[in-house]
Design a protein around this ligand. Structure first.
Ligand SMILES: CC(C)(COP(=O)(O)OP(=O)(O)OC[C@H]1O[C@@H](n2cnc3c(N)ncnc32)[C@H](O)[C@@H]1OP(=O)(O)O)[C@@H](O)C(=O)NCCC(=O)NCCS
Length: 147
């Protein structure tokens, strides 16, 4: 398993990564995320999640150390594991790889924000060690993982 840059060679396959229909409320499509990465090139860190020769997901981190809101300084902005690939450890791998990138940069905390609700990712984040901060940002729950 590895994270790879999104390039002209893989972008079409990356855009085919889709969640289950009932999960669509919790995350934007990959193509929208890549459009945002284009508009915020200094902050966005988008990567394909790859296993062997298969693209199984997409992750995008916001890296903006000077943001006035602490939770947005090193923050999981998008995390999508393809519907057919969920429950196989790819989400855990992606978060660990992002955490490793943060440590490499000397960053002490990884935040994530998510829509609360049934079928959402809260349990996933808690299992991975995220602690709820009690904040609500843009109607989303905030969690933090110490690196
Ligand atoms: C949330 C998501 C990223 C999890 O990815 P995944 O690859 O299925 O998760 P993993 O297989 O790595 O699971 C890691 C752990 O979390 C648990 N877990 C994963 N999803 C869970 C859920 N919905 N509820 C409870 N536990 C969950 C797993 O059981 C596993 O626990 P364990 O290793 O202790 O047994 C994936 O379901 C997804 O893409 N969801 C839709 C998009 C979304 O909500 N993204 C987050 C936006 S902020």
């Amino acid at each position: 398993m590895r994270l790879e840059l999104v390039t002209k060679d893989n972008v079409h396959k990356v855009c085919k990564v889709k969640v289950h229909p009932h999960q669509e409320v919790f995350v934007a499509p990959v193509a929208k995320s890549l459009a945002e990465a284009y508009v915020y090139p200094d902050a966005a860190w988008p990567r394909a999640i790859v296993d062997g020769d298969r693209i199984v997901g997409f992750v995008m981190v916001a890296i903006q150390p000077d943001d006035p809101i602490e939770a947005y300084r090193f923050c999981l902005w998008r995390l999508i594991i393809d519907a057919d690939e969920q429950g196989k450890g790819y989400g855990r791998f992606a978060v660990q790889a992002v955490a490793e990138e943060g440590r490499r940069r000397g960053i002490g905390q990884l935040h994530s924000t998510w829509h609360p609700g049934d079928g959402g990712p809260e349990e996933f984040y808690v299992r991975l060690g995220f602690v709820l901060t009690g904040e609500v940002l843009d109607d989303e729950t905030v969690g933090v993982l110490q690196l």
